[in-house]
Design a binder for this molecule. Structure first.
Ligand SMILES: [Zn+2]
Ligand SMILES: [Zn+2]
Length: 137
């Protein structure tokens, strides 16, 4: 575990630092994540919003997630790197994309979610719990 940890997009226009440990790490196979990940799961790192500090301004695109909740998926407008998602409403968390972290090697994904939307060829680990949809917290 490396706190604080930092990340950003591939071109450097957007940077962030997180001063808290992740609350959860999911492998998400929902359809919206497949657009970001190029087909496999997104690795989603849930952090408390007050611990998230960002420089630069990502672009956002709002989609209706498989859960039915509108979610704004934020990415760099220059290089297209997926950065984080932000569900609508009073949701004090940022759902970071692990690919944007400077070092994501220490993450330990604890569950696989939205298995019901996964592609038939997606490799899904038997080592961690899996959920058909959103995890039961
Ligand atoms: Zn960029
Ligand atoms: Zn997803």
């Amino acid at each position: 575990m490396t706190v604080p940890f930092s990340g950003g997009c591939q071109c450097g226009a957007v940077r962030y630092e997180v001063s808290a440990e992740p609350l959860a790490v999911f492998l998400c196979h929902c359809r919206a994540c497949q657009y970001e990940s190029a087909g496999g799961p997104s690795v989603v790192v849930m952090v408390p919003e007050p611990a998230f500090k960002m420089t630069g301004t990502p672009k956002g695109h709002t989609v209706i997630a498989d859960s039915g909740t509108p979610t704004t998926r934020c990415f760099c407008g220059e290089c297209g790197t997926p950065l984080f998602g932000k569900p609508s409403g009073d949701f004090p968390f940022v759902m970071l994309r692990a690919g944007s972290m400077d070092d994501a090697s220490w993450l330990k994904p604890h569950s696989t979610i939205w298995v019901s939307s996964a592609q038939p060829w997606a490799a899904i680990s038997d080592d961690i719990p899996r959920f058909e949809g959103n995890p039961v917290m």
